[in-house]
Design a protein around this ligand. Structure first.
Ligand code: ADP
Length: 525
């Protein structure tokens, strides 16, 4: 079979004689040809015959050929079809321009000789093939990108599951304490490395979110100064382990803003971690904030390795690292600053980097919009005493190691714990144990965490229980599902007991003081 048979051409002309002549040339050249005499028939045949090319006369009795062309090119289902517009004699340059602007791929004027027509069609079909190949490659790339995202999400989930019991075991060792300095230093190594692994997993997930603009903020009114304090507290162990001095300077205002607490904290943790990473042991790190009209200006400064002028503009590029062998650069992926900048922008702010040059330290300045008049800082000590209120906790997880490690931590903190290996047992146990707090793993066999939550909510007293979902899936969909199922909150593995207790406290505060939790605690004490 002639290979041209593979191509279908739709020949559109209202003049029967001219149409016949052109179709004959095309058929002789081996093309499969369909004929149409009106615009309406053309649009019908485009769907039915799926041609690769349309030979389109400008003058048609019903719809103007240029409008037919525009209809073909604007419909995503037919936009890839080549259109060769043919006009009657007396064409001006303006006619050609008009035709090409209507979307035609090329334009010929009658009389067209057979050789010119066939050569033009051949050229257009070559172009068609190239574009088809590009489209195929683009689709392949999109599929690969989607698969990569899915793979990353699964990988993160699989890594977070084992990190969860390891984190709890390390927390337990920390709570128990040990007088043996070697055991202490082993525990510190474990603690440090689990935190590092957790950060790497989170960063990996955030890369695909930032590249696809899929970071969703959960904004609420909060105090920027409190967020800065909490970020400073989170990085303090790393800072201290390198003998750095952390200098804090905050105004005595709360500096209120509309922000996502987790994401805002992440900005400052990233910048403070970098300050420590790129500062030799024993150096200085400063974190300060001040108000400029309705902006907060937060400065993170270090006495570290500094940055050369040519590298400064590149720091915020994804995966950019000046020299991974400098400082503890090999610990990172070159994601932190990109992410911090994106998060600042999502909050209506900016981040800029400054340095006097290599060896002269670095300074990162974050500007964020705040409410001009916010209340004075709360001077009361907000530190939570984790064992202050004894809670009745029910933990459900299908991993026996997680149950074991998490239960040990809760008990050593002075709470009562019961555990369930699956959703159904959790529901049954909740009915008899009357817990204050239920922490449910989302992915459990049989009855999953969402279903278990819904059932617990319908039990007597189920509305008063604080229900927290724990999952290895960090995407926003998990949050939406948890909200819909009736959870009070969701935490991503590995979860620290502080995070759960903080969440429980916030929820209890939100609900008001008259909750079953307060009643239980009073009865227990
Ligand atoms: P990572 O630290 O994981 O490499 P980042 O995106 O956080 O990635 O930072 C990008 C690069 O910017 C780092 O590799 C480092 O070269 C440089 N950098 C960031 N912060 C500092 C700093 N405080 N001092 C010197 N260099 C820094």
């Amino acid at each position: 079979m002639n290979e041209k048979q593979e191509y279908t051409i739709l020949n559109v002309d209202d003049d029967e004689g001219a149409r016949y002549a052109k179709s004959r040339i095309l058929r002789r050249a081996g093309y499969r040809v369909f004929d149409a005499g009106t615009g309406a028939d053309t649009l019908k045949l485009i769907k039915a015959a799926a041609p690769q090319l349309v030979l389109l006369d400008v003058m048609l009795p019903d719809i103007n050929g240029i409008d037919v062309c525009r209809a073909i090119k604007t419909d995503p289902a037919s936009a890839h079809i080549m259109v060769l517009q043919i006009s009657a004699t007396h064409v001006t340059g303006a006619d050609r321009v008009h035709g090409l602007e209507g979307g035609a791929d090329t334009y010929l004027a009658e009389p067209v000789d057979a050789g010119e027509l066939l050569a033009t069609i051949k050229a257009l079909l070559r172009l068609y093939n190239r574009e088809e190949e590009n489209r195929r490659l683009l689709n392949q790339l999109r599929d690969a990108d989607r698969l990569k995202d899915e793979f990353l999400a699964i990988l993160a989930h699989e890594l977070r599951n084992p990190l969860h019991p390891i984190r709890s075991a390390v927390d337990f060792m920390r709570l128990k304490g040990s007088s043996d300095p070697e055991i202490q230093s082993c525990r510190d190594i474990l603690d440090h490395e689990v935190s590092h692994l957790t950060r790497l997993v989170d960063d990996l997930m955030d890369v695909s979110r930032i590249t696809h603009n899929r970071i969703e903020l959960r904004k609420e009114r909060l105090s920027l100064v409190e967020v800065l304090k909490s970020a400073a507290a989170s990085v303090r162990p790393i800072i201290e382990s390198h003998g750095h001095q952390l200098h804090l300077s905050f105004p005595d205002k709360r500096m209120d803003m509309e922000a996502d607490e987790v994401r805002l904290t992440q900005i400052f943790i990233n910048l403070l971690t970098n300050a420590s990473k790129y500062t030799p042991d024993g150096g200085q790190v400063w974190l300060s904030a001040r108000q400029e009209n309705d902006n907060a200006v937060v400065t993170i400064k270090d006495s570290g390795v500094g940055i050369s002028a040519e590298n400064l503009p590149l720091l915020f590029d994804l995966f950019y690292q000046v020299d991974p062998s400098v400082g503890r650069g090999a610990d990172g992926l070159g994601i932190g600053l990109t992410l911090a900048q994106r998060l600042a922008e999502l909050h209506g702010g900016t981040i800029r980097g400054f340095s006097g040059g290599p060896g002269k330290g670095s300074e990162f300045v974050v500007r964020l919009p705040i409410y001009e008049n916010s209340a004075d800082a709360d001077s009361s000590d907000n530190d939570k005493d984790m064992a202050a209120t004894s809670r009745r906790i029910l933990v459900a997880d299908d991993s026996p190691l997680t149950i074991k490690a998490v239960s040990m931590v809760w008990r050593s903190l002075g709470h009562q714990v019961e555990s369930a290996p699956d959703g159904l047992s959790a529901v049954e146990l909740a009915a008899s144990y009357h817990p204050d707090v239920v922490v449910l793993d989302v992915g459990m066999p049989g009855l999953n965490g969402y279903e278990a939550c819904q059932r617990i909510r319908t039990q007597p007293g189920g509305q008063d229980v604080v229900l927290i979902a724990v999952t290895g899936w960090g995407h926003d969909e998990a949050r939406r599902n948890a909200d819909a199922a009736g959870f009070d909150g969701l935490l991503v593995k590995p979860v620290r007991p502080e995070a759960i207790l903080q969440m429980v406290d916030d929820i209890v505060k939100r609900r008001g003081s008259e909750t079953s939790i307060e009643r239980h605690s009073a009865a227990d004490n």
